[in-house]
Design a protein around this ligand. Structure first.
Ligand code: SUG
Length: 453
């Protein structure tokens, strides 16, 4: 067995941006479709997100923060031929010409950092570095404009090349559709030991008439997982690729993390999550005989798939809180408490003989109304103390950073945004002023296009 180094899981949450709104942009995401054109509350949303981060930091978890992206995104508008003598004119031109298109470049969707990238810890990679591949997010236009800036941010934070390796996002069309860590699980006995990485895909891109959802898009392909496996230098024997159940995608599980969540040796998932559940278990056990897997499969007759999706039971964080002696905590959205079948299941789970010994609930309703639960809001980065110490930017949450970010939100964010408010060109300057100040708070350098001229 390989030697374990002392490693831990850090969670990097996306700070919710000043243009948080309900654009109705994501086909196949029930909440996004259902809440289209509702009035959003950007300040409340960002403060909810910060409180979630603080909750975990106070429990002793290493909690990181990823800054929001610049929105409205003028460089995209310019690439699409919108012009004007100033950026404000470009924004006015685009919002008047095509308000629907304009809404796409205003989305604060970078908050869901589970989709920012796929991350492989150093214990799994050939060169012993942590590898990052930003997700191309090709399935949805409003998200496809994220990867370049995401890559820039990750490179600024995880800058030390002796510890971290960065790849470009995958090229091409939806054939290499990549939604990042939302379709990726890593199992291990201990964070510092070699793990097994599980890539979940919705369809195979280069197979004719393969199994695929009928109603909603399969955002991630098999070929994508294989490409990331190669790029990250993963051991092929300790990498598994399985297909998500098309039925789950058609019911609204647009990412696998809507129906499954893992931590260390534990996999908590819905009966309808995969095409072949038993085969998935066998593949994992064969790939990593050293890991004592613990599977918790939630039967559909106790929690119907629709309830799992509505409540986001699985879009929770499964955590080993420091000092918990190997027992796990599940941090869920409050909606899971309000849905009778999921609440009853959770009460049973806490009493039963499973490693999940505690359930906690957190209010992230502003994000949930766009289909983003606690797990969507975080990117897991397993790292060592040495790797963490190499981070020189101010991205790890402390009491001071929490206070600074909360005051920053209070100062710059609007209380409400209606679909009409989104067309207000003043939002451009408001956001830029806020983000410029944020890069100073975080000491992260000029990551935004508007700062680079
Ligand atoms: O990609 N919603 C996001 C939600 C992402 C959730 N992430 C994970 N499951 N990991 C999406 O569909 C809605 C935007 C809008 O409609 O305004 C949106 O992009």
């Amino acid at each position: 067995m390989t030697k374990s180094v002392n490693a831990f899981e850090a969670n990097f949450d996306g700070l919710i941006g000043p243009t948080h709104n309900y654009g109705g942009l994501s086909q196949g995401n029930i909440a996004s479709q259902h809440n289209a054109a509702q009035v959003s509350k950007p300040k409340e949303a960002a403060l909810e997100g910060l409180l979630k981060m603080k909750f975990l930091a106070d429990k002793g978890m290493v909690q990181g923060v990823l800054p929001p992206h610049e929105r409205p995104h003028v460089p995209t508008l310019k690439k699409l031929g919108f012009s004007g003598s100033t950026d404000r004119d470009v924004v006015i031109n685009a919002s008047e010409t095509n308000p629907l298109l304009y809404r796409n470049v205003c989305s604060a969707s970078s908050m869901w950092t589970a989709n920012a990238a796929t991350v492989s810890p150093s214990a799994d990679t050939q060169d012993g570095r942590v590898h990052f591949t930003p997700a191309n997010l090709t399935a949805m236009f409003h998200r496809s404009i994220e990867p370049v800036v995401t890559g820039r941010m990750l490179q600024s934070i995880f800058a030390d090349e002796t510890h971290f390796a960065h790849h470009s996002h995958l090229p091409g069309a939806t054939h290499f559709g990549d939604e990042g860590a939302a379709n990726h699980n890593r199992f291990c006995s201990d964070y510092g030991l070699s793990g097994v990485e599980l890539f979940v895909y919705g369809k195979e891109a280069f197979v004719k008439d393969g199994l695929a959802p009928k109603k909603f898009p399969a955002r991630q392909t098999y070929e994508t997982g294989r490409a990331v496996e190669r790029l990250h230098g993963l051991n092929g024997h300790r990498t598994v690729h399985v297909q998500q159940n098309p039925e789950a995608i058609d019911a609204g599980a647009f990412h696998n993390d809507v129906v499954a969540v893992s931590n260390k040796n534990v996999f908590f998932y819905h009966e309808k999550a995969f095409v072949h559940n038993t085969q998935m278990q066998d593949q994992l056990r064969t790939a990593a005989p050293d890991i004592d897997f613990h599977f918790i499969e939630v039967p559909a007759n106790r929690v119907p798939i629709q309830d799992a999706i509505k409540s986001y039971l699985f879009n929770s964080q499964l955590l080993n809180l420091p000092g918990s002696e190997g027992q796990m905590t599940l941090l869920l959205p409050v909606e899971a408490k309000e849905t009778p079948s999921t609440f009853a299941y959770l009460q049973w789970l806490e009493e039963s003989n499973h490693p999940i010994k505690e359930v906690s609930f957190i209010d992230v309703r502003q994000s949930m109304s766009n289909g983003g639960g606690p797990a969507c809001l975080r990117l897991r980065v397993v790292m060592t103390e040495k790797q963490k110490a190499s981070i020189k930017t101010n991205n790890i949450l402390t009491d001071t950073l929490f206070k600074d970010l909360s005051s920053w939100v209070e100062k710059h964010y609007r209380d409400e945004l209606s679909p009409e408010d989104l067309l207000d060109p003043n939002l451009l300057d408001e956001s830029r002023t806020a983000l410029d100040e944020l890069t100073q708070i975080m000491n992260i350098g000029s990551i935004y296009d508007f700062q680079r001229g």
